[in-house]
Design a protein around this ligand. Structure first.
Ligand code: HEC
Length: 111
């Protein structure tokens, strides 16, 4: 019984992941403005550092401000910054879109 539930849970997780097309080179989700983000956000470090992060628009803005203040990141034109923030907050939002869904309580070991 447990095995069957695990199978169903994994099946759901892979269906969700399959809905998002990903750039094989960088791993970025392909969505509006992704090329701007790929070009801008891989100049200093791996795209993995970006993809591994999640955040609201404000969180992402904070990360950009932090890099601008301390890591030598240049200033963006407002329109371009808006595109980058929209892309990041849409595709890497807080608390969603992790590699798999949390396990069902039914699958958790007893306390
Ligand atoms: C001018 C160089 C530069 C560019 C361009 C740059 N970053 Fe960074 N970023 C850094 C440095 C340096 C670090 C710290 C790396 C480390 O800790 O190994 C960093 C770290 C990060 C982190 C990890 C923050 C943390 O809390 O650990 C994220 C997320 C991130 N960058 C996202 C971005 C995004 C999104 C963009 C594009 C808008 C971007 N970076 C462009 C220099 C840059």
């Amino acid at each position: 019984m447990l095995r069957r539930l695990a199978f169903i849970a994994l099946g759901c997780a892979s269906l969700t992941a399959g809905a998002r097309e990903v750039d094989p080179e960088s791993g970025f989700v392909i969505d509006e403005h992704w090329e701007v983000v790929k070009a801008t956000c891989t100049a200093c470090h791996s795209s993995r550092l970006v993809i591994g992060q999640r955040g609201s628009r404000d969180t992402w803005k904070g990360i950009i401000r932090w890099m601008q203040a301390t890591q030598g990141l240049w200033q963006f034109q407002p329109e371009m910054e808006d595109q980058i923030l929209t892309y990041l907050a849409t595709n890497y939002p807080p608390g969603k879109a992790y590699r798999r869904k949390p396990l069902s309580p039914l699958l958790m070991p007893p306390d």
